[in-house]
Design a protein around this ligand. Sequence first.
Ligand SMILES: *[C@@H]1O[C@H](CO)[C@@H](O)[C@H](O)[C@H]1NC(C)=O
Ligand SMILES: *[C@@H]1O[C@H](CO)[C@@H](O)[C@H](O)[C@H]1NC(C)=O
Ligand SMILES: *[C@@H]1O[C@H](CO)[C@@H](O)[C@H](O)[C@H]1NC(C)=O
Length: 251
Amino acid sequence: MSFTTILSTLALSALVRAAPTPSTDDVYPNYEYGNMFYLGPTTNSQYITKATYSLSVPAPPTDYLTSSPDERWLSLWIGLQDNPNTSDVLDMNFVQPLLNWGPNNAIWGCDADVEHWCAAASTYTPAEQIGQEYVALPSNATLDFVVEVNADTGMIDQSISLAGKIISQESDSKGMQPAVFYSGTECYLDGCGTVDAHSWFNITLELNEADADLDKTMTLTGATSSGMVTTDGGKTWTIESIVIEKQNMTE
Ligand SMILES: *[C@@H]1O[C@H](CO)[C@@H](O)[C@H](O)[C@H]1NC(C)=O
Ligand SMILES: *[C@@H]1O[C@H](CO)[C@@H](O)[C@H](O)[C@H]1NC(C)=O
Ligand SMILES: *[C@@H]1O[C@H](CO)[C@@H](O)[C@H](O)[C@H]1NC(C)=O
């Protein structure tokens, strides 16, 4: 799958979630994707049964463009998806608990001022974005995320926790066997300003079966990784941190 195809999916996902909906032709040029990592697909049909990771939330940008404040937004996320080897990613769910910020957070239903982020459990589906109500975050928050296959229901359970308490969660995407795990720094309408470096850390991936070569599938774009470690031949992988570098989302 080409990177362009990935981006199209994400663009659509964001469109369904957040934008009042002009035609897609009008909208695609308005999305910009910044620094990121991409891990997967797994090398031999293994899938991720449980992913846990944390984020030290950066300050929202201060040098964003002030035009169209009711339309512009910036989102940070890691998402999981089935192996995109056979179908159009537009037709696949993408489980992506996310952070969102805009010059006008209220318009997205979040009770946060311009100096704070909002967070919500969320899943792109081909029909629509299924997302929970946004929760306003305190400054300098650290969030803990869990995305896992529920062995009883076959659903994907996702949650976001702050200081040990779940603040948002949902379950959907029955039957998904996640084979990719990747991040996004996504700006709608360009002009999101300077996004500070931030760290996805304390990452653990548990697989249904060992994938000793999973680490070879990692791609970093404007990001640095501490490296992937396994002590059980590839059934469990840990990454101390992946730092997404500071970037200008206006240029
Ligand atoms: C695509 O990925 C799935 C899940 O990992 C696997 O079962 C299948 O064999 C793959 N198909 C091809 C054509 O690579
Ligand atoms: C958040 O972190 C920044 C940078 O370290 C610091 O200047 C600021 O005072 C912190 N804010 C709060 C509310 O702790
Ligand atoms: C690391 O992740 C675990 C959950 O897997 C969580 O309980 C713990 O608080 C996290 N540590 C930090 C420093 O965020």
